[in-house]
Write a protein that binds this ligand. Sequence first.
Ligand code: NAD
Length: 458
Amino acid sequence: MRVCVIGTGYVGLVTGVCLSHIGHKVICIDNNEEKVKLMKSGQTPIYEPGLSDLMQSCMKSGKLEFTTDLGYGVDNSDILFIAVGTPALPTGDSDTRYVEAVARGIGAHLKEGYKVIVNKSTVPIGSGDWVQMIVLDGVSERQKAEGGSGSEEISAEFDVVSNPEFLREGSAVFDTFNPDRIVLGSNNQKALDMMAELYQPLVDRTFGEEEYKELPPVPIVMTDLNSAEMIKYAANSFLATKISFINEIANICDRVGADVVQVSKGIGLDSRIGSKFLQAGLGWGGSCFPKDVSALIHTADDYNYEAELLKSAVNVNKRQRLLVLEKLQQEIKILKGKTVGLLGLTFKPDTDDMRDAPALDLIEQLHRLGAKVKAYDPIVSQTGMRHGLANAIVETDLDRLADGCDALVLVTDWEQFRKIDYEQMAKLMNHAVIIDGRNFLDRQAAEKAGFRYVGIGH
Ligand code: NAD
């Protein structure tokens, strides 16, 4: 099928590349010329395991192209994905201006033939109908610009589908080929049928990992627009609340002398609960959970409902990020004039995404208290990314990080940190203290090397 994906970030680029790999002809569009230039040269503007090789092979096969030209994408596609960002506004609501610009632009280029316009971006509930309206506005603006009245019949027909994305950064390619489910929301059967055809190779698990090929077909949830949009918010809000729940249990464990790692194991084995998203730590962050939970709270507010549970999940998370400061103060007392080294900066391992990363809050708070902050991150230290890191020194290796530190804090559970040479690190530090913000490190090895090890409820 002929597909156009507008917005080539973590979601759009991965979607475009994977749809091309399963046999569709894909045009990826971005309005950032630098990004498009980079992708045309075969390079990915984001770090995502496996993406670069797959993208290059799709380009070679002639089934994947990149452009800034929206008109070209609209003319040459039957299915158009909107995959631009929907960041949070200061009010907590979603900023939908990028979606609006794309929808209007699609309308301005719609000429003839049937098109399906797909909301892949996470958008507030009710956005499906709103996108439909904006596309029609775009059509009539073009008609007026061409000297018409703006209310002429158009020969193009279109329907809007909500197809929320559930991929995880760090395993986005894997998740796209091995989804737990595909959600399609529309009030039009023809549009739903076209989407089902598009995803058929994924549903049949033709491209998934070997072990997944044995499983039954990927379930498709076909529903109305509003329910599909709500599924995305409900999924992220549930997962964020689950993490806040175990963090609350961890804080109680700390006080009563229980070990949250054992508690998680003990409750996670209950099939009604499940073990995923039950690891205590510094709390959730990233480009999705914070903004999606606050957008749902905001939507509920708009409809006169106070989402108390979700508000508590957010408050527990805010408190959790600052817990490290308390733990540092307990261990090294006054932070002013001390040096703290952060292990990891990105909001989770295997990504270069720093959006709403707990490390950023921590750096600001430590800086405010007069501490010097150093950091090492396997990706950030290599790429020299500095956004939001004005108050931290980014070191290029672990020895340089440890040198002169009064304490280390593990912020991101990168696999590489499992192999830390604690003896070498301890030699270089002023005080061998380590706060394990993800209960991830080898406590015994750290203590054997003379470290004072402090976990989260562990
Ligand atoms: P992103 O910020 O990484 O990428 C957005 C891209 O859209 C950028 O490359 C930007 O240049 C481009 N863009 C903006 N305006 C444009 C325009 N008018 N025309 C063409 N391109 C334009 O965003 P993302 O992380 O990929 O997220 C996209 C959406 O998917 C968001 O709504 C997000 O909530 C949702 N989502 C994200 C994830 C995730 O893990 N990142 C997972 C599920 C859902």
